[in-house]
Design a protein around this ligand. Sequence first.
Ligand SMILES: *Cc1c(COP(=O)(O)O)cnc(C)c1O
Length: 339
Amino acid sequence: MEKQNIDWSSLGFSYRETGVSYVSDFKNGAWDEGRLTDNHTVTLSECAGVFHYSQSCFEGLKAYTTEDGRTVTFRPDLNAQRMMDSASRLEMPPFPADRFVDAVKQVVKANESFVPPYGSGATLYIRPVMFASGPVIGVKPADEYQFRILTTPVGPYFKGGAKPISLKVPEFDRAAPHGTGHIKAGLNYAMSLHPIVVAHNEGFAENLYLDSRTRTYVEETGGANIIFIKDNTFVTVASDTILPSITRRSLEYVAEKYLGMKVEERPVPFTELTDFEEAGLCGTAAVISPVGRIVRDGQEILFPSGMEKMGPKIQKLYDTLTGIQMGRIEAPEGWIYEI
Ligand SMILES: *Cc1c(COP(=O)(O)O)cnc(C)c1O
């Protein structure tokens, strides 16, 4: 496959219009057959439901070039299922999981020249998105929807290696009990923009939210789950108000089956943070970002792994999962979808 003439190493994590997108419309109670398009704009009624009542959800995954030159994606079936869950909670018509996976394959295949070469550190980011396109004025679900998948090549999330970041515990909450914290809805991000701007202005990379009922348990950041290491144990948060990260679920498997670690998924009290040796944020974009420091009301928790580099256990987890994604390490059955 002849690749585009792009300076892959100079790419950042930003949108760049690419080749073709996939689009399917929901009208008269059904999704149409779907198609690829080179039109990257959408024209909608000013009364479209997405503009007023925020009926929208999205996904994020990546396509990679493996060491032996194959183009692959990582566990797209889990993104497909999660998007169905998000859509259902928002009274949107779920896009069938098998059609989602097929659409991802179609759009990556059509954009294969934009999938960055092995070793460049860059990847093709895949962004499925669904929104209410039909007009609504009274509060109710719209009658028409559009599902799209756009792709855009992105550089390594961290240029020049991953430096540990600082998190702030904000005075804001992210998700209410029985609310929408567990789905990938645009509305969860809209309300996190103000807290993130405040945190950035104070020099923090992200906000670490607490459970909004008691404000005593750790939840997640605006866009990533949090993981902790203590001895040979990998600890992650169990909560029904966090987004079930595919990266985190994959790391749990890698920790247990590849690295022989003990895995605990359970509520994590904020007061326990001082017991941990290493911490990290996990999500598709960065895989793992090491966390060096967490600050709440001026009180600082510094992890023993420090602010200079990833701790050794998090580094091992990172190397193993990225090795699986890039084809250097054998993947568990069903994790790698070849294009
Ligand atoms: C997308 C997202 C994540 C990360 O999920 P992955 O499937 O690992 O990419 C974590 N938290 C939130 C709130 C998210 O929106």
